[in-house]
Structures are given as C-alpha cells and as structure tokens.
Design a protein around this ligand. Structure first.
Ligand code: ATP
Ligand code: MG
Length: 235
C-alpha cells in the first residue's frame, strides 16, 4: 500500500552542516505518528524538510503519491500539509478571531471547510478570548490558537512541533484530548515530542531519532516499554 506520507533516505543540511542522515519514515492515512528524541536530534529539521522549509539535499518525500521534496513551502501547503511550529508564532497584535480569519484557506474539493465557530467548539477557551489580542493569551491559549490557525487552512496532514512544550500539566491534558478529537475526525498527524507520555497518549506508532538517524520504530505499546527507547530519551 502506498503511504500517505513517506520520506525515503532524506539528508538535510544547514549550509555545510549535515544534520539528517537518511531518515525514512511512513505515515498511513488517519494515523498519528510520533517523532521522539532528545534536544537537537533532528525532529524539527525532519518536519521542516517535509514542509519544504529546509528541503533535503538527497532522498525523496512522497505525499499522496507525489514527489514534494523539491517543492516550495507554499506549494506543499497548497497540497494540504500544515505546520504548527514550535513556539506557536501567532500574531501578537491581532485578536484571536483575526488570527484565525487570516489563516483561512480553501478546503480540498468535496471537503467541508473549518469555520471559526467550529474551532471555538473545539477550544471553548478561545471563544471566551475572541476579542483578546494574541499577546495577552497564556501559553496554553496561544498553543490552542496555533493549532486553530493551522486547521483554518483545512489541512489533510498536520505537522506539530512539540505542542506540549512548556505547558502546565492540566493544559497538556486538554491538548491531548483535543488532538484525540481531531484524530477521531480522521486527520493524519506527525507529532514531534520529547514528552513520551503525551506522545504515546495520542499516537498510534512512533519513531525515535538520535543524531539525525532513526534508531527505533514501534507501536505505542513497544515505545512505552522498550528499555532501548528509554535510553535514547534519557528517561
Ligand atoms: N538554523 C540552523 N543552523 C544550523 N544548525 C542548525 C539550525 N537549526 C538546527 N540546527 C542543528 O541541527 C541539529 C538538529 O536540530 P533540530 O532543531 O532539528 O533538533 P530537534 O530534535 O528539533 O531539537 P529540539 O528538541 O531542541 O527542538 C542540531 O544539531 C542543531 O544544532
Ligand atoms: Mg525542535
């Protein structure tokens, strides 16, 4: 079966600095896949390679049967891939609603577009903050808004870069429930995380990276119990 997303032996560099050494991974339609690993192992670079932000110098990336490794980020976004970046990057001077409205992009033919009201149903907290500026939101609210903004682009494939980072445990639980709700709608996701408890609560499978290579892959159950995984994550 052709995967929904497949990276084959990708090598990515920053200038002359070689950071990904042949990363191969697959994501099937409707799956949530975790990309685990410590600081600096190449998680962000992997999803930025998929998004075209740091395109790989070697290897291929196939999305829904099409080679996308040489496309520009906006061309990849138009094909239905969206990124929720680390650090949220919402517009601080725009209101919550404005942040959502300007992220609106058409849905693929035959698919219902997300509306601001549906985003508010998913995150009632954002509804309460409708007229507040981005800069006045808490970290958790900013993360919800960052996810909401990505959804307004009507993606088929969502890349999330450490969404739970720096959030209080109660907010992380809320984010987990929200991602499970999104998963139940059939949205396919690739989730970078260092927080293995959070990642395994929402994912079906995962890969563990170390020094720009895949060291381990397995089901959530295997990830939770493998001593090898614990050694790579230093937990
Ligand atoms: N803009 C850049 N220029 C040069 N080197 C970079 C740049 N961004 C990242 N790197 C290096 O590439 C390697 C992989 O970094 P990357 O950000 O992909 O890791 P990560 O797994 O996402 O880590 P973190 O958990 O800290 O976000 C690291 O050695 C990092 O220092
Ligand atoms: Mg990162």
């Amino acid at each position: 079966m052709t995967a929904f997303l497949e990276t084959n032996e990708i090598h990515t560099y920053y200038g002359t600095s070689h950071v990904l050494f042949g990363i191969s991974l697959k994501v099937q339609p409707g799956e949530v896949v975790a990309l685990l690993g410590r600081n600096g192992v190449g998680k962000t670079t992997t999803i930025h390679s998929i998004m075209g932000v740091t395109p790989p110098r070697e290897g291929s990336i196939i999305f829904k049967g099409e080679e996308i490794a040489r496309l520009r980020p906006y061309q990849i976004a138009r094909r239905g891939v969206a990124l929720v970046p680390a650090g949220r990057r919402i517009f601080p001077t725009l209101t919550v609603r404005e942040n959502l409205e300007i992220a609106r992009k058409p849905a693929a033919p035959g698919r219902e577009p997300w509306t601001v009201e549906q985003i508010y149903d998913l995150f009632p907290r954002l509804k309460e903050r409708d007229t507040y500026r981005g800069s006045s939101l808490s970290g958790g609210e900013q993360q919800m808004l960052a996810v909401g903004r990505a959804l307004m682009g009507n993606p088929e494939f969502l890349l999330l870069d450490e969404p739970a980072e720096g959030l209080a445990p109660l907010i992380v639980e809320h984010l987990r429930d929200m991602l499970l709700t999104l998963k139940s709608t059939g949205l396919t996701m690739l989730l970078c995380e260092q927080n293995i408890a959070f990642a395994t609560a929402v994912s079906d499978r995962g890969y563990v990276l170390d020094k720009g290579t895949v060291k381990y892959q397995g089901t959530v159950q295997e990830l939770k119990t493998s001593p090898e995984v614990r050694s790579y994550l230093a937990i």
